[in-house]
Design a protein around this ligand. Structure first.
Ligand code: FES
Length: 159
């Protein structure tokens, strides 16, 4: 059951677009933020509200790597290994995250706290190697900075 808050956000967003279907991606992001992934129910509801078939919503989800049909961790670590980041240690950062968390690409820790993904360019090449955690960017990463970040995120989750 989608919350009243989420339904209200859907209404607000749809009203801002001259073409209802243009709101699909923002609606999906709001749904994912609340539910932790994009559920079948959310797909049905979004399709109904923007007047498209559910398969059209599913196609959009397939196109955008930041949209997830399966539950992901509270903190989704997206490590860039594209050219700029690769040259400055992006693959080592990914490997460090993997060892530190005990998970690989597109996996989630058993406690549901962290997910890890190897991603393409985040548009933060000037701060390579870079990583995105949910909507926040972290740049000029080193293994030590990653360790501190993971500890900070754990502490944030306990509050
Ligand atoms: S190559 Fe990593 S942010 Fe652009």
């Amino acid at each position: 059951m989608l919350s009243d808050t989420l339904i209200s956000k859907f209404d607000d967003v749809i009203a801002r677009y001259p073409l209802k279907r243009s709101a699909i991606v923002p609606l999906l992001l709001f749904a994912q933020d609340e539910i932790g992934h994009i559920s079948d129910e959310a797909i049905e509801e979004i399709a109904r509200r923007v007047e498209v078939l559910p398969i059209e919503v599913i196609e959009d989800i397939g196109y955008y790597s930041m949209l997830h049909r399966q539950p992901i961790g509270k903190f989704n670590l997206q490590v860039c290994t594209n050219v700029s980041c690769q040259l400055l240690g992006g693959e080592e950062i990914l490997e460090h995250c993997s060892k530190r968390l005990g998970i690989g690409h597109k996996q989630t820790t058993a406690d549901g706290l962290f997910s890890l993904e190897e991603v393409e360019c985040l548009g933060a090449c000037c701060g390579a190697p870079a990583m995105q955690v949910n909507y926040d960017f972290y740049e000029n990463l080193t293994p030590e900075r990653v360790d501190r970040l993971i500890e900070d995120l754990k502490a944030r989750a306990e509050k």
